[in-house]
Design a protein around this ligand. Structure first.
Ligand code: CP
Length: 305
């Protein structure tokens, strides 16, 4: 089986079978990272260019590590060091990079649809590494891999996503993926951070956090997306934390073995308390580890045919 699209622009375009293919491929990719020599020749001779027009620690680093573990040549471009600062358009930048014959482009951009613009204009496969409030498909795939690693299956699991659902591309991609894979999704957060008619996304909205955590298999906390908000959505961070922050008192209402996730970067003491981050069922750093395997799998599936 192969992926049916040239690019990975969002979870929306993937079938459940394609999601399973990516996650199954990532299982063997993870094994490579456990070896003493963490390198295989799979993508030797391939050139991967990552274009990050927004800040990133996890996504950018793990794409670079993923490409290098597969022996590809990986080149990183950031907006501040590119000719974007001289006024070049994204499409012109893409056409100039295309002229150097890359095998894969990875794009993060503040504008929703920027990766699609490049994907439509260029023959090279494009991976969306996060575009505005639209999608962050590789984050949802690594989250799914991490849940599956712990709970074996996504089908029938109950996943709670807490926070800024309205502006979060992580939430959007996760909701799409979890629905496709048969998980039940609940969301919680201030009404000012919920999309209108949120239930139409295929989720249950529970306004109170202590109610929302009950019986959940997974609690996924989100960072407040200040960079994408227009106007104040809540009085202040202390107030937000009081009602929607995950702490030990809230966890007393949850299952003892509930998995705690966060895509990062974390605002410690706002959406999650530091002591909760280090509980045995906190798998936040597992998510980061698995990001490399999932991105290796995608690089292989999109370029290695
Ligand atoms: N989760 C995530 O996208 O983190 P970065 O912004 O550090 O890449």
């Amino acid at each position: 089986m192969e992926l049916s699209h040239k690019d990975l622009l969002g979870i929306e375009q993937l079938t459940a079978q394609e999601i399973s293919l990516i996650l199954d491929t990532a299982v063997s990719m993870k094994e490579v990272s456990a070896r003493e020599i963490k390198k295989v020749p799979t993508l030797r001779g391939k050139t991967i260019i990552s274009m990050f027009y927004e800040p990133s620690t996890r996504t950018r680093t793990s794409f670079e590590i993923a490409g290098k573990r597969l022996s590809a040549d990986v080149i990183n471009i950031s907006a501040s060091s590119s000719s974007v600062v001289k006024g070049e358009t994204l499409e012109d930048t893409g056409r100039n990079l295309q002229a150097m014959n890359p095998d894969l482009l990875i794009v993060r951009h503040a504008c929703a649809g920027a990766p699609k613009l490049l994907a439509d204009a260029l023959p090279t496969p494009v991976i969306n590494a996060g575009d505005g409030s639209h999608e962050h498909p590789t984050q949802a795939l690594l989250d799914a891999f991490t849940i599956r690693e712990r709970l074996e299956t996504l089908a029938g699991r109950s996943v709670l996503i807490v926070g800024d659902i309205l502006h979060s591309r992580v939430a959007r991609s996760n909701i799409l993926l979890l629905n496709k894979m048969g998980a039940a999704v609940r969301v919680c957060g201030p009404l000012t951070m919920m999309p209108r008619a949120v239930e139409q996304l295929g989720v249950e909205y529970v306004p109170c956090l202590t109610d929302a955590v009950r019986d959940a298999d997974v609690i996924m906390m989100l960072r407040i997306q200040k960079e994408r908000q227009q106007g104040a959505r809540f009085p202040n961070e202390r107030e937000y934390s009081r009602f929607f922050g995950l702490n030990r008192a809230v966890l007393r209402h949850a299952r003892g073995d509930v998995l705690i996730m966060h895509p990062g970067p974390v605002n410690r003491g706002v959406e999650i308390s530091p002591d909760v981050m280090s509980l045995p069922y906190s798998i936040i750093l597992d998510q980061v580890t698995n990001g490399v395997a999932v991105r290796m799998a995608l690089m292989y599936l999109l370029t290695g045919k």
